[in-house]
Design a protein around this ligand. Structure first.
Ligand SMILES: *Cc1c(COP(=O)(O)O)cnc(C)c1O
Length: 437
């Protein structure tokens, strides 16, 4: 039976609604803080799922969106164009390396991933290899929640494990972090290259699949393997793009150019939903022909929404005007020292930081609801998941708030009461997001 105060009219994300505590009621967000309906303020350690890169309500972004709202909040993109979209596309193309010059607008990260899949399969069809309809992605990958994107997630550890044949079967292997794993990846590609359209990778940081890091050499190795086997490389930088890892894009630190890159999350500074899928000329040109049937048939209703484009343009202004990427890069050592004390706490497996990402990996998060409540009580909003307590704050979070955030996290983590089985040694089960135990 549902109680009267649980009408459940809102079906909530990633949530067992029967057992989860009520969500926090947030009434406003300004700069680096959220305000609850009962008047408390919380430091936002999540930047609303990595997206609010300049803090909430940045006046430059607010002004740009307000002006656009008064002029033209939306117009369809089929057969029509507008200055905010043209300008944004040109700026993104100029920021991205080499000939990543062809910007397709999507309305969310998952949709950008779907579009990238369609581009890759369509590319090979138009190049006379129509059997190339599958993808290779990596262990611990996360690429989104729509059905195509779900198929790219790690099938053993994803939140999507129980959909059976409703989800396409793809190829998966461990990231080629060393010679042995490179050989495995190489063999898989050799055996199935005639069926594989592209390799999908989250460069440097795998996000929702476990907050795991790998190095630039691994990403370069993937590029090399793709070249060797003549498959496309697709970089999913929906989470890592726009400074998060300490360079504007993670691929910049790897000196690698993918054939297609997906960007989202921080694209609009956390204001409106939009993502893009940017292709190199080789991919774009496969669709360029005298035949109408060769066109890329895709076009979301709210594609290139002018409000979202205005927000994204304003956000790019801020990246130009303010040392945002440097701030992200410098946050790494601050997080490192701020969270260092967590390393010695019982139940903590690892503490790792990269750019403006800090991760405390634990043996088990059986107390996730309780832990989240303790963070809220201590004035911090974060949302532990899987086996990680992680922070992805706004890139310009001031030092004072950052150290307050870190010390609160260490304090709360040190007060956890661990079940005896977990406190004893390091052999506890490691729960990855949604995995069945
Ligand atoms: C968040 C995310 C997605 C999905 O983006 P949505 O906007 O939530 O659909 C895809 N890939 C990665 C790496 C992400 O972090």
């Amino acid at each position: 039976m549902m109680s009267d105060d649980q009408q459940n009219v809102v079906w909530r994300p990633y949530c067992q609604m029967k057992t989860a505590p009520r969500p926090l009621d947030i009434v406003s967000a300004q700069d680096f803080e959220l305000t609850t309906a009962d008047g408390r303020t919380l430091i936002d350690a999540m930047a609303s799922w990595w997206s609010v890169c300049h803090g909430y309500g940045h006046p430059h972004v607010v002004e740009a969106v307000s002006k656009q709202l008064a002029r033209m909040p939306h117009v369809m993109f089929g057969g029509i164009t507008h200055e905010p979209a043209e300008r944004l596309a040109a700026r993104l193309a100029a920021m991205l390396s080499a000939d990543l010059n062809h910007v397709f607008f999507a309305d969310s990260g998952s949709v950008a991933v779907e579009v990238a899949m369609k581009m890759a399969v369509g590319y090979w069809q138009r190049r006379g290899q129509p059997r190339r309809q599958r993808f290779l992605s990596f262990t611990h990958a996360y690429h989104g929640d729509t059905t195509g994107a779900m198929s790219l997630c790690d099938p053993d550890r994803s939140m999507h494990a129980d959909y059976g044949d409703a989800i396409l079967t793809q190829f998966h292997c461990p990231l080629p972090i060393d010679e042995a794993s490179e050989t495995g990846c190489h063999e898989l590609l050799s055996r199935h290259r005639d069926r594989i359209a592209a390799v999908f990778v989250e460069p440097l940081v795998q996000g929702a699949g476990g907050m795991r890091f790998h190095d630039a050499a691994t990403v370069a190795r993937i590029r090399r393997l793709c070249d060797e086997h003549d498959v496309l490389m697709i970089a999913d930088e929906i989470a890592t793009g726009f400074g998060r890892t300490g360079t504007m894009f993670a691929i910049d630190a790897c000196h690698v150019v993918p054939d297609i890159i997906c960007l989202g999350k921080a694209l609009t500074a956390g204001t409106l939903t939009m993502a893009v899928c940017v292709a190199r000329s080789t991919v774009f040109e496969a669709f360029w022909s005298d035949q109408a049937a060769d066109a890329l048939m895709h076009g979301p209703t709210f594609m290139a929404n002018p409000l979202a484009c205005a927000a994204a343009n304003a956000s790019l202004d801020l990246f130009e005007l303010e040392p945002r990427v440097e701030q992200a890069r410098e946050m790494e050592s601050k997080l490192q020292s701020g969270l260092a004390a967590a390393r010695n706490l019982p139940g903590v497996v690892d503490v790792r930081c990269r750019g403006a990402i800090g991760v405390i990996q634990v043996e088990s998060l059986d107390d996730v609801h309780e832990l989240r409540q303790r963070f809220v009580d201590a004035g911090v909003w974060l949302r532990p998941f899987g086996d990680c307590v992680y922070v992805t704050p706004p890139l310009n979070l001031p030092d004072g708030l950052l150290s307050q955030l870190c010390s609160t996290i260490v304090q709360v983590m040190s007060e956890r009461s661990l079940p005896a089985a977990f406190a004893a040694d390091g052999d506890g089960p490691i729960a990855i997001l949604g995995s069945r135990r």
